[in-house]
Ligand binder design. Sequence first.
Ligand code: SF4
Length: 281
Amino acid sequence: MKPPHSNIGNNEPVRHVLNVSGGKDSSAMALLMAGRIRGLEHFRQDGMEYLFCDTQKELPETYEYLARLEAELGSKITYLNAKAGFDHWHKVFGGYLPSPQNRWCTKLLKLKPFETHVGEDAVISYVGLRADEDRIGYISTKPNIKTRYPLREAGIDYQGVIRILEDSGLGLPTFMKWGRTNSGCTFCFFQTPYEWVRLYETYPDKFEEAMRYETADQNDPNKQFTWMEEGPLTRLLEPEVRKRILDTGVQTKSTKRGKALVNVFGNEAGEQPKPCLMCMK
Ligand code: SF4
């Protein structure tokens, strides 16, 4: 296991930047890089800047968890806001909702504020990819920003993350108690049907806000913008569908290639898209 670098390869001063998302993986990584993990103290990186790109559409628990993480680290987490928020861009895109195929929200509300904040400085950006994951996506590709994956370097997998958070006393983010698996926007399209239903039951106002973004213009097939491929969120509120979803549970199952959505709408189960590294770690 290699200790953290202190420069990128020349004599330029390097900024060490760690984006936290309010989720479990980036929080465990922050503790690792703060030198809090016994046996892995050599990962400690002094002078770390902790950032959170705030879409202002996050769950209340995310803010609460970040405040506790900040106290645990004894370091400030700087909140970055995009100059123009989700509603602005939603309008610019003519009501087109982001999706796994077109993650304009991640680019404009997460990646861009981060890149603007670091400017042209030489930066090492720490990303919370675990040792048991193979996904790559939506990280900065600017030449002055190099990426490192400390959890992967340290061989820390899902169980390792849980252990770190429990041992530290921070625990898991409280949104996991009601069924949400990842941090990120309340209306994130990466949610499973189960998570949507649990959002409705936990925060009906946020579910209703998500519904208001949907456009299902029956007269114009080009103007049917929904969060789920299967149709508008109202479908989840049909008693039979809702019951089936809740009875089935988390709505994902393991396949040889990863996780797949369980067939709750009567259509073919498909591969579950992989959430963003910038938003949900
Ligand atoms: S959490 Fe989801 S909706 Fe929010 S910016 Fe990330 S991908 Fe987009």
